[in-house]
Design a protein around this ligand. Structure first.
Ligand SMILES: [Mg+2]
Length: 241
């Protein structure tokens, strides 16, 4: 006997942020420039000892030495600054300067340029179902001016684990209080977003803005889209249940 396919239910959407709503590489490049300019002005000994490339290497080595901070880029950045100030032997007002350096860096972190489709697509998606941000990064939706479209945000640094760990998806599911099978996670990263979400029982949407081939033919996403406008059209065409 044939059974009708189960209706596709989309109770909520969890959304990755970096490289899903905006490109992250130009943001990080500007963050490094702004940090370097701040240090040149306020702590030139640190800037001389740790120009951009050296500061990046220092941050990478802090990340490698402290795997327990892998989910917390803010903590990694602060620790890198502390280490840079200590190695450059800048003691006077170091704590206050480190905090100002971090604040300067973090303000730039939240100056993102949305992909073209995002400004129109987000309110349309939010009108249809709840949106929850689910990110390994440390972007702040309020500072960016997008918080009004979201039910909330799940950040790896708050949960203590990062995607693809199923526990961060479980945390999102608990916040949304709906069955994982009715939550659709949208993200650009095949492993972190798509395989991670599916392992946690979510449906997974790969946003493939660059037209790349899907790398795991044996584990297909539930849906592949080019941008969020396409996701909106797909939702509009779902049969209503
Ligand atoms: Mg991403």
């Amino acid at each position: 006997m044939l059974t009708a396919p189960a209706p596709t239910t989309v109770a909520a959407i969890t959304l990755d942020l970096d490289d899903t709503l905006w490109p992250i590489l130009p943001v990080m490049e500007r963050c490094e420039q702004v940090l370097e300019a701040f240090l040149l002005e306020h702590a030139p000994a640190v800037a001389r000892r740790f120009p951009k490339g050296a500061m990046r290497a220092l941050r990478d080595s802090v990340a490698a030495e402290r795997p327990e901070l892998a989910h917390d880029y803010s903590a990694q950045r602060r620790l890198s600054l502390e280490r840079a100030f200590a190695e450059a032997r800048v003691d006077a007002d170091a704590e206050a300067l480190i905090e100002r350096a971090y604040v300067t860096f973090y303000a730039e972190r939240n100056r993102v340029q949305l992909y073209d489709d995002v400004a129109d697509a987000l309110p349309a998606l939010a009108a249809r179902c709840r949106l929850l941000a689910l990110t390994n990064g440390n972007a702040d939706l309020s500072s960016i001016g997008l918080a009004q479209h979201f039910h909330g945000a799940v950040l790896a640094r708050d949960v203590g684990v990062a995607k693809p760990d199923p526990r961060i998806f479980a945390h999102a599911r608990d916040l949304l209080a709906v069955d994982a099978a009715h939550i659709w996670h949208v993200g650009d990263d095949p492993e972190l977003d798509v395989l991670g979400a599916q392992k946690a029982g979510f449906r997974a949407v790969w946003i493939n803005r660059n037209g790349l081939p899907w790398p795991y033919p044996e584990h297909m996403p539930d849906l592949i889209i080019r941008d969020l406008a396409e996701l909106g059209r797909w939702l509009d065409n779902l049969p209503s249940d």
